[in-house]
Design a protein around this ligand. Structure first.
Ligand SMILES: Nc1nc2c(ncn2[C@@H]2O[C@H](COP(=O)(O)OP(=O)(O)OP(=O)(O)O)[C@@H](O)[C@H]2O)c(=O)[nH]1
Ligand SMILES: [Mg+2]
Length: 519
């Protein structure tokens, strides 16, 4: 038959090779035509490859790595984000540094006012200084109502009815006229705190049980629990805010117009704070006041202590925040904040395409705001989960029935167990290791709060290893499919060590993830 292709046939030869094999009796002319056809096919195929490559390059150039920072309130999410900004976006970091002055001032004034309140009430009740006050950072034995049991947890936290310390009777504290005049002179700081809070907006107020007025219906333990309808017109429910920090824009705006507005709240605050510097120092160094705090078990936050320690430098008209001040400054995150940070590596990388950026979402961690996380779980590539390890003996500020470490465990199980997040790389930061060491070195016993910890050594090394193993087990047990466990011990205030940890995460885990995504 003319034109029929006669081919060699061999048993087991695959059909594609058969098709490409030239006929046995191919003429010279047929061969020329065939070669021309093949060359044309190669040309077309190479053209297609080129287009695909161009598209891939374009895609690579827009590559975005989406990462969520998750964890309970005050776990250190925003502090970790600050560490990332410091390394990856130093220009923005430096440009925004002075805007943190107001937050530092608020943190300082809040700490002084906490001491002043204690002093006022102790002076009013004759200086007894007995442990009467409720404070968010009281250890768990000073607790409010019990939660209904939510099942046996193998970490087995002690119930919040752990016996409290025996009631101690103290000698009354000897307050003098000097205390009275200190209290009066420092009175204007209450006004300064109120003004700064008004200026900074809702983020400057912590979510506490008293701010919820006992209404727990707006609280959700995990992002998958839909909170009930709050009784009082939904005012405690927080919504997702997909923007830059509102307070930052307010400050930047204020800074630009400061010269025109000598009465701006920040200028007033700076004036009052610098005028009262010596009195604040006298209060913070007063033995009687320190004893009062001890008796009332009022534990200032670590950052508040840091700012009090640096009071002479901060309470000055020319005060400019340092990097460490910014890292320590506390303002809670409202809703969900989105950041675009260019991806930088120490050495040129052929894995990470030029133009790649991090899209990082920093969320508010209080139980009032966790429902707002859910819409951000779509197509997320990495989650940095922050669990403060030092707070095994503390309660959530927004719900004093819940142990903080237990809350982190509940949250961790829900995140690693989510089908929606099954392809996501999850990295655990067991944070606040510095505070854990301080706490255990001061003699706080873990087994009082976690009875199953038993007679293991009461030191930070043994305890942190124990907790890391637990989180790893929960990941293994709850993940819908097998995934790698990445767990790190961190102290987010230690910027150098955190930089090393972040670099190792970026270089090993996320780059691998990105490479996979591009194949
Ligand atoms: N000592 C110590 N303090 C830390 C550490 N990490 C964070 N902090 C401090 O803890 C406070 C709370 O940290 P944030 O980063 O604001 O907490 P967050 O998780 O963003 O909290 P929300 O925005 O409320 O969800 C800040 O004052 C930080 O300086 C740490 O490892 N050690
Ligand atoms: Mg935050």
């Amino acid at each position: 038959m003319p034109g029929a292709i006669k081919m060699r046939r061999a048993e087991g030869e695959d059909p594609l090779s058969l098709l490409l094999t030239p006929p046995i009796d191919e003429t010279h002319e047929e061969r020329e035509q065939r070669l021309q056809r093949e060359a044309e096919a190669v040309r077309v195929s190479e053209g297609i490859d080129e287009v695909i490559q161009r598209e891939r390059d374009a895609l690579k150039n827009q590559k975005v790595l989406k990462m969520l920072l998750l964890g309970q309130s005050e776990s250190g999410k925003s502090t970790t984000l600050k560490n990332i900004q410091m390394i990856q976006a130093p220009d923005t970091w430096h440009a925004e540094r002075s805007s943190w002055r107001v937050i530092v001032q608020l943190n300082l004034v809040r700490a002084v006012n906490t001491m002043l309140e204690a002093l006022s009430s102790a002076m009013a009740d004759g200086g007894s200084g007995s442990p009467t006050a409720e404070h968010p950072y009281l250890p768990q034995s000073f607790s409010t109502p019990q939660l209904p049991s939510d099942g046996q947890d193998d970490l087995d936290f002690a119930s919040s009815t752990t016996p409290s310390s025996p009631t101690l009777s103290y000698q009354p504290l000897q307050f003098t006229d000097a205390h009275l005049s200190l209290k009066l002179r420092l009175g204007p700081l209450r006004r300064v705190e109120a003004d700064l809070k008004k200026f900074l907006g809702a983020a400057s107020e912590e979510v506490t049980e008293s701010s919820l007025q006992g209404d727990y219906s707006s609280l959700a333990a995990t992002p998958f629990d839909y909170p009930g309808q709050p009784s009082s017109s939904g005012k405690h429910r927080e919504f997702a805010v997909r923007s830059h920090n509102a307070w930052k824009s307010t400050i930047m705006n204020d800074v630009q117009h400061d010269a025109l507005r000598p009465t701006s709240p920040n200028n007033n605050a700076t004036d009052v704070i610098s005028a009262l510097r010596d009195d604040m120092m006298a209060l913070w160094r007063d033995d009687c006041v320190l004893e009062l705090l001890r008796r009332r078990k009022i534990v200032l936050e670590d950052s508040e202590e840091y700012f009090l320690h640096h009071l002479p430098r901060i309470a000055s008209r020319s005060y400019e925040p340092t990097d460490d001040d910014v890292i320590r400054a506390r303002i809670r995150t409202l809703g969900v904040q989105e950041y675009h940070i260019p991806f930088q590596t120490a050495k040129p990388s052929n894995i990470v395409p030029l133009g790649t950026e991090w899209r990082i979402f920093d969320v508010g961690g209080a139980r009032t705001t966790r429902h707002a996380w859910l819409p951000y779980f779509d197509d997320v590539q990495a989650i940095l989960f922050l669990a403060p390890i030092s707070c095994f003996d503390e309660k959530l500020a927004e719900d004093r029935r819940v142990n903080r470490l237990k809350d982190s465990v509940i949250l961790w199980k829900s995140i690693v167990g989510s089908k929606l997040l099954e392809n996501c790389t999850i990295i655990l930061f067991l944070n606040k290791c510095d505070l854990l060491k301080k706490k255990l070195d001061s003699g706080v016993m873990v087994n009082r709060f976690i009875p199953r910890y038993g007679q293991r050594e009461n030191n930070s090394y043994t305890f942190s290893k124990y907790i890391k193993e637990k989180f790893k087990e929960y990941m293994r047990e709850y993940s819908p499919k097998a995934r790698q466990f990445y767990g790190f011990f961190t102290s987010a205030i230690d910027t150098r060590a955190t930089a090393t940890t972040l670099a190792s995460i970026q270089d090993s885990i996320l780059q691998a993830h990105l490479q996979e995504a591009l194949i």
